[in-house]
Design a protein around this ligand. Structure first.
Ligand code: GDP
Length: 537
């Protein structure tokens, strides 16, 4: 499809199949409406027949593969997945960000796999804490952001106030793509500032998309046929003021992450959803070059991709894992042989999976920008590169030093060996850090947020039938150890009680005092302690 939006100004034209792809995530504070919006995307993307089915299907799968019990109990989304659907000639790849309020590394890594993000905010609540955190991660990568202000069918804040809050608290310019007409019970729809048309909400049928009325600008007399005089006057005044006070849409500025267009709507009423999808389709971005030891451009012929997430036990009947791979370049075909750069081994990808709504299906092909799942028995780890031969190292997929450490104890001492295995698996999946101390038995487990211990305990019990306790550890901090070989050896020998290895076999220094960490710098000049480890092949 000829597609001007697929070309960003300084990039060569993309092959049409790649240019039509849009790979994005939705970021939001819990309850803002991410699930509802996702559901509507899939509904209008033709991936499902009826709204409500994502949830229904999701629940069916959950009962099958019970590991989401935590999620049901707490109303949080612990697992992430990727979903693909088509709309208006575009292929959308929506990568789900784990939504619980405890932040995990997963969240950061998910955002390394997308080219753009939709920020959903609740019109009554504005920018909330989790929105802000996720936004900051997007900013680190200069991701373009589209904003959806949801729940306009309820009492919401004043439109200017919402926009000001986003500009002030997130330090990003905001341009209205649409302007709400009325609010709460009086909410009628929006005026589309980018296309000069009226979008009217259908209150009678929640699953019907808005009715569009093409107009010749705000002064078109047909406006009065649809909008009562009082609201029409207000709309004209507000839009005029917005056009004077707020920046106009500028595609380049949007693509660079400096300007976010905002749409107002109501996901539950299917209102604003199509406009948002059209916004992504029209303005992009298409698949972007990915950072590696060199920049990997989507239009390059050789296929290359990287693992940004590993999920185990999606189907407990088969103890399989699925590695989620973001294709960075090329046209991948089922059965293709790929070099697994870390091990140096060839692997034949015979059953690549695309995630269509809640189902997974084997796919015959995929293009740069797509997310495919590769079932495997543990060979594929986060950060791994798959290529047609080049020893690429993708960068920017960080592993963070955990902020909370606890000792793992098997509820049943006879099953301690099984616990080792379960913990290693979660470490490979990236769900936790697992450290094996050089001295003594047992493991120290580290996470970024406290809730992750509950999630882990629940999954270990459900998937392995092992009761596990996480007890206070004598250590509170972990740092990766690197540096001059002799210096590292000397350091390790002098601190055996503090040294452990992570699941990759890399050395880690465990301590309870910041003072200890500072002292290492003085006593062992050749040793470097770091709080992050870049994960790559
Ligand atoms: P998530 O936690 O961000 O995934 O939010 P959900 O999509 O689960 O929505 C949270 C709650 O808000 C649910 O009860 C939804 O039915 C409700 N909700 C979502 N969108 C709208 C909307 O446009 N209007 C109203 N009034 N409620 C909504």
């Amino acid at each position: 499809m000829p597609d001007t939006a697929s070309q960003t100004s300084n990039r060569p034209p993309l092959p049409p199949e790649i240019g039509r792809r849009r790979t994005f995530a939705i970021i939001s504070h819990p309850d803002a409406g991410k699930t509802t919006l996702t559901e509507k995307f899939l509904l209008y993307g033709g991936a499902i027949q009826m709204a409500g089915q994502v949830r229904a299907k999701g629940e069916a799968r959950r009962t099958r593969s019970d590991f989401m019990k935590m999620e049901q109990d707490r109303g949080i989304s612990v697992s992430a997945s990727a979903m693909s659907f088509d709309y208006a000639g575009h292929r959308f790849n929506l990568v789900d960000t784990p939504g619980h309020s405890d932040f995990s590394e997963d969240t950061y890594r998910t955002l390394t796999a997308v080219d753009a993000a939709i920020m959903v905010i609740d019109g009554a609540k504005g920018v909330e804490s989790q929105t802000r955190k996720l936004f900051e991660v997007c900013r680190l990568r200069d991701l373009p952001i589209l904003t959806f202000c949801n729940k306009m069918d309820r009492e919401a804040r004043d439109t200017f106030e919402i926009i000001d809050e986003i500009q002030d608290s997130l330090a990003i310019d905001v341009t209205p793509a649409s302007w709400p007409i009325g609010m709460g019970a009086d909410f009628l729809g929006c005026y589309d500032l980018l296309h000069d048309r009226l979008e009217l909400m259908d209150r009678a049928d929640r699953n019907r998309l808005a009715q569009s009325v093409r107009l010749d600008g705000l002064d078109d007399p047909r406006m009065a046929e649809h909008i009562p005089a009082s609201l029409l006057g207000q709309l004209r005044d507000e839009v005029q003021m917005a056009r004077e006070l707020l920046p106009a849409f500028d595609r380049q500025s949007f693509l660079e992450g400096h300007l976010t267009p905002i749409w107002f709507g109501s996901a539950i009423n299917s209102f604003g959803v199509r406009e948002l999808m059209e916004g992504i389709a029209e303005f992009g971005p298409p698949p972007q070059p990915q950072r590696a030891n060199r920049e990997v451009a989507p239009e390059e012929t050789p296929v290359a991709g990287f693992v940004f997430k590993v999920q185990a036990n999606m189907d407990p009947k088969h103890r399989d894992r699925v590695a989620f791979v973001r294709l960075a370049s090329g046209h991948f075909q089922r059965g293709q042989k790929m070099l697994h750069v870390r091990s140096g081994k060839q692997m034949t990808v015979s059953a690549p999976v695309l995630f269509l709504a809640a189902d997974r299906e084997v796919t015959e092909e995929a293009w740069a920008g797509d997310i495919i799942g590769i079932p495997n028995h543990g060979q594929l780890r986060i950060g791994d590169a798959l290529t047609e031969g080049e020893a690429l190292k993708f960068t920017g997929i960080p592993s963070f030093a955990p902020e909370l450490l606890r000792a793992a104890r098997a509820g049943d001492p006879l099953k301690a060996k099984h616990l080792d295995k379960a913990l290693m698996q979660f470490a490979e999946e990236g769900a936790a850090r697992v450290f094996k101390p050089m001295v003594g038995s047992g493991f120290v487990v580290g996470v970024v947020g406290a809730l992750q211990f509950d999630v882990l305990a629940s999954r270990i019990e459900l998937e392995y039938g092992l009761p596990v306790r996480f007890e206070p550890s004598q250590f509170t901090s972990a740092r990766w150890v690197s540096g001059d070989k002799a210096a590292v050896e000397g350091f390790v020998n002098a601190n055996k009680g503090h040294i452990a290895t992570d699941h990759d076999g890399d050395l880690v220094y465990l301590t309870r005092l910041q003072w200890d960490i500072d002292r290492v710098g003085r006593d062992h000049p050749g040793v470097v302690l770091t709080a992050t480890k870049e994960m790559h092949a």
